[in-house]
Design a protein around this ligand. Structure first.
Ligand code: HEM
Length: 419
């Protein structure tokens, strides 16, 4: 029987930054134990593919953190809720989620994303020209980080000169997605700094909105101000929350996808050479990276009602038994563990873009499925096919250095030799 102390120790391993370079043995241990229950923390941790898939598709799964028993208790104790206004729609449920997602989706229709392709190609070429001139290459600093930042700035209409400031805020806020309070009951280091970053970003976006109200442009902020459907409009707070969500969601995640794919291929050099010779392999490399080393390692849900998980999911029978989750409990879904579930993939620990079917939940599933997935895939496909074709003999120059983040796990630097 797994005790609370065992469970806490297992989750502690995940939070431990020294496991960031390779969290997969810890995920495997957790997955083997089956769902982990921490009743005092009102938390259940799921780590198999079928369980995560079932929770994501379940009609009683909620995304609004204020519905959790712990948040409700904090409200009852008179603690301030949502001091910075409403959250982005990622953390909302219907009807607000449906309404805001519909308004924003218009900006991500395939035609709009496709129109960005020539710009993305030009940006990547320029970045790789710079690398060729310099003769040294840090994958994060020189390609994986600047590309998504430039694209999301262009899309939203954030002046590129302001990028370093908002990049810093976005990096701090990304750390805030880690489940410290849920698993440890305490605040992580740097909480005040993150709150300050959130306040700065909110004020910064308010400023941009004021400018666009006076002088609209062809960008998403102007689009959100003008967005109207059936007489419905976004409030100023909703526009700010949506811009913040897009800045963060469209940024850290795509950096990690590009860098994780490059690292996986360099550790399997035949994959690098194969992609350099045949750019049509790029989609398989991207999907396998999303499975093997996903940029978003975990997501959370709140049980909107009492729920039972297990039994059948996606037509498959689970042999892990049925788990009851009480209304208001938090469910942590370890997607990175689920992707290496032997029940969902053959040879799950191998990076193999040629596998017959690649199943992953890396962009989520159900009503919150990633709105930016086509954009992320486009950016990654341009970057990965260009970098392999241009530098077919690239080799790793050392071990990557990881950021402390668990949820949006990713590298701080990845030095390579162009040979
Ligand atoms: C490789 C890159 C990306 C990955 C791995 C990723 C992953 C995810 C995941 C897992 C979710 C669902 C979270 C949940 O269910 O709780 C999500 C939602 C979302 N993503 Fe992405 N994302 C990426 C890129 C982007 C980009 C480029 C944008 C936009 C510019 C974006 C915008 C969003 C938005 C707006 C949502 C919320 C959707 C909703 O709640 O309805 N993402 N993403």
């Amino acid at each position: 029987m797994t005790t609370t102390a065992d469970t806490q120790a297992l989750l502690g391993q995940l939070l431990d930054p020294s496991n960031r370079a390779d969290p997969y043995p810890a995920y495997a241990q957790i997955r083997t134990r089956g769902p982990l229950l921490l009743p005092e923390a009102h938390l259940t941790v799921f780590s198999s593919f079928t369980e995560c898939d079932e929770v994501l598709r379940h009609p009683s799964s909620a995304s609004d953190r204020m519905k959790s028993t712990l948040a409700q208790r904090a409200v009852a104790n008179g603690e301030v809720e949502r001091p910075l206004g409403p959250p982005g729609f990622l953390f909302l449920d219907p009807p607000d989620h449906t309404r805001l997602r519909r308004l924003v989706s218009k900006a991500f229709v395939p035609k709009v994303v496709k129109a960005l392709e020539p710009d993305i190609i030009a940006m990547v070429d320029e970045m790789l020209d710079r690398v060729a001139r310099a003769g040294h290459f840090d994958v994060i600093a020189d390609l994986a980080h600047p590309l998504p930042v430039a694209v999301i700035c262009r899309l939203l209409g954030v002046p590129i000169e302001d990028e370093p400031k908002f990049s810093r805020a976005s990096a701090l806020l990304a750390q805030g997605l880690d489940p410290f309070i849920t698993t440890t009951g305490g605040l992580p280091d740097g909480f005040d700094e993150r709150m300050a970053a959130a306040v700065w970003l909110r004020d910064y976006v308010h400023g941009l909105i004021d400018e666009r109200r006076i002088e609209p442009r062809e960008d998403l902020i102007s689009g959100l101000i003008a967005a109207e459907e059936d007489g419905d409009q976004l409030t100023e707070d909703e526009i700010v929350a949506t811009c913040n969500l897009l800045l963060i969601a469209g940024h850290e995640t795509t950096v990690n996808l590009i860098a994780n794919a490059i690292l996986a291929m360099l550790r399997h050099p035949a994959q690098w050479t194969a992609l350099a010779a045949d750019p049509s392999r790029v989609s398989a490399v991207i999907e396998e990276t999303m499975r093997y080393d996903p940029p978003v390692q975990l997501v959370g849900r709140i049980a909107g009602e009492d729920m039972t998980i297990g039994g059948t999911a996606g037509g498959e029978r689970s042999d892990r038994g049925i788990v009851t989750v009480a209304k208001g409990d938090t469910m942590m879904l370890l997607l990175a563990a689920a992707h290496r579930d032997p029940a969902s993939a053959d040879r799950p620990d191998e990076f193999d873009p040629d596998r017959e079917t690649i199943r992953h939940l890396g962009f989520g599933k159900g009503p919150h499925f990633c709105l930016g997935a086509p954009l992320a895939r486009l950016e990654a496909s341009v970057a990965l096919s260009a970098v392999t074709a241009r530098f077919p003999k690239t080799r790793l120059a050392g071990e990557p250095v990881y950021k402390p983040n668990l949820t949006l796990r990713g590298m701080d630097s990845l030095a390579v030799d162009l040979v």
